[in-house]
Design a protein around this ligand. Sequence first.
Ligand code: PMP
Length: 286
Amino acid sequence: MHVSDHHYGVGVFEGVRSYRGERGTSVFRLEDHTKRLFRSAHILKMQIPERYDPTTLNDVQAELLRRNDFGDAYIRPFVFYGGVLGLRPSTLDLTVHVAVFALPWAGHAYGEDDVRPGSVRLRTATLVRNHPNSVFIKAKANGNYVNGILARQDAQASGADDALLLDQNGFVTETSGANLFIVRDGVIQTPPVTSVLEGITRDTIIRLATSSGYAVVERNITRDDVYVADEAFLTGTAAEVTWIRELDGRRIGRDEEGSITRRLRTMYSTRIRGEDRDTDGWLTRI
Ligand code: PMP
């Protein structure tokens, strides 16, 4: 990477996790992450060189874990432009590069520094979430993250753990790096994927919940829907399933992890560690 490489935010990436379970190490939904990476590149018109086809990228990630003898790890494939400085990403003087790194996973996205580990306190952001006609929400693109990172900084400055961003119509979207669910009267609800990333954990939870007989509804959610929810939780590759204790200083539910949240979190952690049957083919064994 050269210091003059394109640094205006046009690039795409993934965040992938591996887990060491009783039956060895596996990567969770690797193929789905790679598919999203290619969709992101397509949206941004970044031409990934043919030698980095999806199978190769999957193999490289598995190999990286094997060679480093990583169990619980975080893998970051990313696609970026190299070349001369300038706002001309579609011109031919910019070449597309692909790189992957992995780090051993220590702790949790909302981890050790929290007053009460395992739960989060959110604050509604004053910044409006990226609009789907400003940037493309279905792309996991570098530049899309400025919005959430600034909102999270503000939230943390006011004592919360993360920001909850609203869309231009005032509906709840997501946090800086995780999707949101609420539960009310046994019905699990989450915003539609118009202004939120199509989270792979979000999809996993919807599938696990549906197959366990829960009703799951995608609908516009307001901030007071969250205030009066029985339970609320976040989902993400890093956040996994994390219950939301508070939004804007209002306690959600009974000041403890809700029973449905706990059940889904347990199902999720069983599945990612390969402790039950991989009925959906979500695990890539290392
Ligand atoms: N929203 C945003 C903005 C994110 O960065 C992430 C993390 N990739 C998510 C949601 C959750 O997505 P996933 O479950 O695929 O990690």
